[in-house]
Design a protein around this ligand. Sequence first.
Ligand code: GLA
Ligand code: ZN
Length: 670
Amino acid sequence: MRQTGFIYGGDYNPEQWLDTPEILKQDIEYMKAAHINEVTLGVFSWSTLEPQEGNYQFDWLKQIIDNLYENGISIILSTPSGARPKWLADAYPEVLRVNADRTKNLFGGRHNHCYTSLAYREAVYKIDKKLSEKFGNHPAVTTWHISNELGGDCHCPLCQNAFRGWLERKYKTIEALNKAWNTTFWSHTYQNFEQVESPSPKGEKMLHGLNLDWNRFVTDQTADFVSWEKKAIRDGGSELPVTINMMYDFRGLNYYKFKELIDIASWDNYPTWHKQEEKVTALDTAFQHDFIRSLLKKPFLLMESCPTSTNWQSVSKLKRPGMLSAASLQAIAHGADSVQYFQIRQSRGASEKFHGAVIDHYGGMDTRVFKEVTEVGSKLVRLSEIAGSTTKARVAILHDCESRWAMEDAQGPRNKGLHYKDTLKKMYYGLRKLGLNVDFLNMEEELKGYDLVFAPMLYMFRSDIETKIRNFVTAGGTFIMTYWSGIVNETDLCHLGGTPHQLMDVFGLRSMELDALYDEDRNSGKSTGIFFEEEKQYECKNFCDLIKTDSAQILLTYESDFYKGLPACVRNSYEKGTAYYICADFEQSFYDDLCKKLAEEKQLVQVPFTIPDGVSVTSRENDTKTFLFIQNFNEEAFSVSMQDTGWKLLMGAETGVVGQYETAVYWTEK
Ligand code: GLA
Ligand code: ZN
């Protein structure tokens, strides 16, 4: 069944309701009433699908799928590997995970299998293949959802062996490994690969190269597990697209490594709305939407979100009226082709019985939440021509997982917080305030095609990023980088001969020393009048890089401490482009001014009005039209005037006002 328009639905667990067919029947009526056109099935159904080893019971699922299909509801079908049946753990104890302290888990919970265990892989392969044979060509099934929220590591003997093999393939000789990890430090030199153990709180954890490679191995092994599941699906005869549901700011896996494996990117979004100012949460969420969209640079799926409150946050506050619509349309505004919930019907028992759902324990349609869910559904129907359109960005931010792993593991100038993500967000916010779409890139990607590329704390240079940056600037691009960049190589060995490594000529400077500040310390940078307005001053904290300029022009100078008068921000013309170097952790207004000036220079701003703080503007495009989303996360209403701008109203703001949590959508011919 081909989806037209947006996908609207979410996780549905009919296996918990098989003995109440009247409820299952009612669910379908409720879905239709709420404009729900999709459900995700099978995420945790293994013990119902295979109650004993080899005894596959698929008829109940077939009936559910057929019923849904007859009612126009499509299916994203999950493989069940996110949680295994008890019989499997009993018969093959090796499937249970071993923790970093080398203790073995008992059966329980979920998401805790050994991803190397052949016994686990074989059981998963068999059931996935059978599911694919049985349902992979069912007209209702559109997509495969592999496992659930993959993450975590396993330190069992099987994983140790796999890790050693991974290292041997990477380094070839133990000498090369010793050199790459600098193991002569504290006499930790290895004689052979057999001696290497995964990092452990009880053993080795100070070899940063080991920690880094372990993280890489865990990503590779998890990706290998996903390709194993994908193969089972393909061997079962289904060629449908696959996705994995990713998580918010998850650092356990390098999500970029899953790009080649998945056809659609998706993620599970559970912000703590109403905990702080809405605009702050909105920005943070927007960031994650853009990160996920950037993985494949095409529409993604909002695989899970909560129709009201979760039950696992420290305080599970209800979504205020209107918030559901704002949060759901925010995903659409940032390029999603779906709004999906966890969960359609609330469970009766166990750990998620109080988690919000479309249908709660009361079981009626006359609930506040159900009404809001229905409203969101009708809005998505109204906006359906936007589905499939893409997001075009002319600015990008480098956000590299491996560099972040290394930087946050390194014992360096500030072990109590690098504020990496805060820095990244200040750049992102500066750009988003102008209504610019933003892509995120990792170092393996190309920089060409963008006008501006920002790089906060690009600690590790890998994948020949130094050449990419040089070429980008040479060709006329503007590259903006901060302190603590170009410090180490791919295995976390410090670069010799000056930093930023191999780019000192491009930036026209050398970083001499990095001062780390206590939390309460402050310095500031004063404008030299060359670029920022005369008399402008920006406060900075946490880090102050002391640089020696060569050809770079000084834009700000430090105002206090022994380095008063030294450059705090510079720019350098290099070939056809410009490279900016930001020496300190400056306040938001610095990034606001910088982004505004650079966007003006490159004529990037398309929005025909000044965007107030707390109002978000994004755009999507198809072959013929551009769509503009205006969302208000402030309490005060925002009056929008689009007269004589060429933008026509598609939804919302009929009175020219966008109220709190409201969304207005405009369009124009391309
Ligand atoms: C995650 C899981 C779901 C569910 C929700 C609850 O996203 O994937 O199975 O547990 O959290 O918020
Ligand atoms: Zn293992």
